[in-house]
Design a protein around this ligand. Sequence first.
Ligand SMILES: C[S@@+](CC[C@H](N)C(=O)[O-])C[C@H]1O[C@@H](n2cnc3c(N)ncnc32)[C@H](O)[C@@H]1O
Length: 223
Amino acid sequence: MSGYSKDYHDYVIRDGKLIGEFEAMYRHSEGVPWRQDEQQKWVDVRLTAEMLRDLAPFEEIHDLGCGLGYYLALLRNSLGDTQTRAFGYDVSPTACAKAAGLFPQFSFTTLDLTADSTGVTAPDLPARRLFVIRGTLWYVFPKLANVVDLIRAMMGAGDRLLVVQNFPPLERPFVGKDVLPDHHALIGHFARRFTPVRHLWYQDSVKTANDNWFIGLFSTGQR
Ligand SMILES: C[S@@+](CC[C@H](N)C(=O)[O-])C[C@H]1O[C@@H](n2cnc3c(N)ncnc32)[C@H](O)[C@@H]1O
């Protein structure tokens, strides 16, 4: 019997500490982590489609921390058209390989978002291009400045960045609260390199689960 846990949670955050063993998680856990394949009707997915409708269709969509590619596929359906090129990036080579098996028409690349941005270049040609990071900030917050710089280095003038993130109940202690206590702090971190364009904060105050979402659009400035 292998000594590896089959529960994906064990590879993510344990005993109030970030573990962040995503390659081991995609290799050894059972099922689809975070129910990535069941998100079609989630409220943030529906709100994002509405919030960006006037900017669609995008010619390229790049998902940073794409996991198995399901969210990239949802975005391409709602904000792209039949010609839209889709690119996914994840720190786990196994996630990228599995995503390529599920969505062979997309392109997947192994990338550590916390890495130094030296040598990273933006695409040459202008295009109607959307970069996205969703549900990933709790795993990269210790090096958030690097993440913001790397994403900026990957993007060209006129490109847009969508940041989608839910938070634990804000009044309780949680891992990463020192860096991201709320969505205002999130905007502040990204505003260092991007211009905030539009955002919404959705919260269900009656439910006890963490039913909230930040959805924010940022730009790199004019082309
Ligand atoms: C909660 S999943 C989100 C997947 C997808 N974006 C979605 O919304 O369904 C977080 C993903 O971030 C990836 N990740 C964690 N740390 C990363 C890093 N340093 N660089 C790139 N991806 C990372 C994990 O491997 C995982 O697939």
